[in-house]
Design a protein around this ligand. Sequence first.
Ligand code: NAD
Length: 379
Amino acid sequence: MTKKLNIGMIGYGFMGRAHSNAYSQVNHFFDLDYQPVLKAACARNEAEVKAFAGKWGYESVETDWRALVARKDIDAIDICTPNDLHKDIALAAAEAGKIILCEKPLARDGNEGEVMVQAVEKAGVPNMVWYNYRRVPAVTLAKQLIDEGRLGRIFHYRSVFLQDWTISADLPQGGHNLWRLDAGAAGSGVTGDLLAHCFDTALWLNGPMEDVTAMTETFIKERMHNLTGKMEKVGIDDACAVMTRFANGSLGTFESTRYARGHKSKYTFEINGEKASIAWDLHDLHRLSYFDHGDDSVVRGWHSVHATDHDMPYMGKWWVPGLQIGYEHSFIHQVADFLDGLAQDKVTSPTFKDALATQYVCDAVLASAQSQAWQTIKT
Ligand SMILES: NC(=O)c1ccc[n+]([C@@H]2O[C@H](COP(=O)([O-])OP(=O)(O)OC[C@H]3O[C@@H](n4cnc5c(N)ncnc54)[C@H](O)[C@@H]3O)[C@@H](O)[C@H]2O)c1
């Protein structure tokens, strides 16, 4: 019989919707021992959280996350708030013995992340961080190809995450929808928000990084702050470029900016190995580009693999071969894996501990940009 898992969701924004959709859909497509129940949604504005709860089918609402965490009928707390709340909610949820699913980045920095890892490990509660790109079928396929040794020795890892939505100097910082521009709420700019995704995928596909050198820039130095009504210094990095050395001897370059006019969410990576190369682009997320030097020379070239056949990761659960899925499915896959892990008493990555490794890379990147020197990444 299916066991119920009562979810308490905190935050109803972009991720609150993405996760609610995943919980609602997962048992329609995956055969699982657990079934998430949308038990309670929480946010500060009662009218808005009630409207959200009604739309998605949550049974109840709370306006104080501490009240939600204290509820006996909640099994799992899902943290979909801005980054400055992740630590306090996670600590309280761990203390209350709840399962914790936390949005990325784990925290604003490694210090907060360490306390969170200690809390979940002390409490012994299952935990996971939503680095969802690992569960895009074409990205999971990339992992399989690398693990099978098809690329051979890896020489290069190259990744960018480009956006263009903060170019206007008139855009304020802070508050609803604009907390990403406020260093106090976000921790950092593109490094913690966008490069964190690139680093998580890179650590997963290519192993640990040893040291980094980086430069950052804040193009607009002052913006009106929505919470104070005053012009205030901008504390986030608008753009960041990184060079790194991986433990496997390969070289990595990473770039992120919110000032790349024309790019909305251009997350790409390319990996060059001795025998083959692979490349992926979020704007075309169902395809994996693959170049195999072992191919007969007259047909050798970049192949575009349409990752929709049933032998591709996760795709056997969806439609017929050739019909593709999208962004939201990566969250459904992550929930499916997490629920499967719970049923089998197995850890599902990325855990808080895995996400702390990404946090350490972000910390080293920002420290290097500050010191203008190479920084060793904490392990
Ligand atoms: N995995 C991904 O690809 C991805 C994508 C976007 C955002 N995120 C992460 O998800 C988190 C949320 O981002 P978002 O884009 O959904 O933000 P958002 O601004 O759309 O939503 C944030 C929500 O938090 C709520 N909130 C704020 N303070 C609160 C409080 N004190 N108590 C209860 N609720 C509160 C707000 O009401 C809002 O509903 C961030 O950590 C972000 O980095 C991850």
